[in-house]
Design a protein around this ligand. Structure first.
Ligand code: NDP
Length: 335
């Protein structure tokens, strides 16, 4: 098999955005490996997607200990790709991982203790074949562990050289304020927050983005396409191979529930000369607090289409008002 060589024009068309008040810039579109990179996915397809993403200027790849299935297998696959393809480019990449959800049995394999976070990070590094990750996240707040302990674990991860930066995910505005104050006190300021945000899930507008703007911390928003609902993936119904067909994290009922809204959004997108996926990505990126939209993909073509969204990030006030009329009354969804 031919040795991978990254496209020489990979930095020509991507405008990187500074992550809060930090020294780190991220691509406006980053690639997440939650789905379609695990042990049940086709490795060659996963590798093609990672290569194409990097060739298009996507320098940021997001993982977590539990991504698969089975848990851990997405990190293993990315470790293989790093070794075979990306080794010469490691310093051009921001690679993140997280711990916070169930990883192994017993009292030390879940949530937010220092014991779990550090052991999990060591396992992640071993699966990835790396000495360090760029960002290590607390994947979710733990109501039973003092937030000081979880933040001390992130601080230790950075001080011990296992990670370069600390991040938090799924923390609400109050938890975020508290966590950030502790991290600052410890001398490891929070680089980034990873919340869920899309036209269908606007919760971060209820205070979180205000906190992040005030603190100078960037947001990388996950599921900006509502797991595929905000695309033409379901225009012809739920096809096999799609996430909704798996009926685990996204369900045929979600597709049905959103069908009318999707139709109207598709019309707005087409009038802008974009696909719905492209408009949905441009829409999250219009928010000043958002540094990057963290997409998932099952095919190379999806990544190509999504990156092309960056050609039109402007919205008229009429377009925004039409989108608001559809999305504001339905602030939350399972997607
Ligand atoms: P998206 O909302 O981007 O959904 C991705 C899915 O949408 C793809 O798998 C694909 O579905 C479909 N899709 C993408 N582009 C297109 C397109 N152009 N046309 C048609 N369909 C398209 O994000 P995810 O929900 O996958 O999440 C992204 C990342 O966010 C994850 O990989 C992970 O890194 C992170 N994340 C973090 C969480 C946290 O708690 N911190 C939780 C969840 C995600 P299909 O597979 O059916 O083709």
């Amino acid at each position: 098999m031919a040795i991978y060589q990254a496209a020489s024009d990979r930095y020509e068309n991507m405008q990187y955005r500074r992550c809060g008040h930090s020294g780190v810039s991220l691509p406006p579109i980053s690639l997440g490996l939650w789905h379609n990179f695990g042990g049940e996915a086709t490795f060659e397809n996963a590798r093609d997607m990672a290569r194409r993403a990097f060739d298009l200027g996507i320098t940021h790849f997001d993982l977590a200990n539990n991504y698969g299935p089975p848990p851990g297998s997405a990190e293993e696959a990315f470790g293989r790709i790093l070794k075979s393809d990306f080794a010469p480019y490691r310093d051009e990449m921001i690679i993140s991982t997280k711990a916070g959800y169930l990883m192994w049995p017993g009292p030390y394999g879940d949530w937010g203790s220092r014991k779990y976070l550090i052991a999990s990070l060591d396992q992640s590094l071993s699966r990835l074949g790396l000495d360090y990750v760029d960002i290590f996240y607390s994947h979710r707040p733990d109501p039973k562990t003092p937030v000081e302990e979880t933040m001390m674990a992130l601080d230790f991860a950075v001080r011990s050289g296992r990670a370069l930066y600390a991040g938090i995910s799924n923390y609400n505005p109050q938890q975020t304020t508290e966590a950030m104050a502790i991290l600052r006190r410890l001398g490891t300021p929070c680089l980034i927050h990873q919340p869920k945000y899309s036209i269908f899930v606007r919760d971060p507008e209820q205070g979180l983005f205000d906190v992040l703007r005030k603190e100078g911390v960037g947001a990388i928003v996950f599921s900006p396409l509502a797991q595929g609902l905000l695309t033409d993936r379901y225009a012809a119904g739920v096809q096999s191979g799609s996430r909704a067909a798996l009926d685990v994290f996204l369900h045929p009922g979600d597709v049905k529930k959103r069908a009318e809204q999707v139709k109207v959004l598709q019309e707005i997108a087409n009038a802008r000369g974009q696909s719905l996926a492209q408009m949905a990505l441009a829409w999250v990126l219009r928010e000043e607090a958002v540094t990057s939209a963290l997409i998932g993909a099952s095919h190379v073509e999806q990544i190509e289409q999504n990156v092309a969204a960056l050609r039109n990030l402007e919205f008229s006030s009429e377009e925004l008002a039409r989108i608001d009329r559809i999305s504001v009354p339905a602030i939350s969804t399972s997607a």
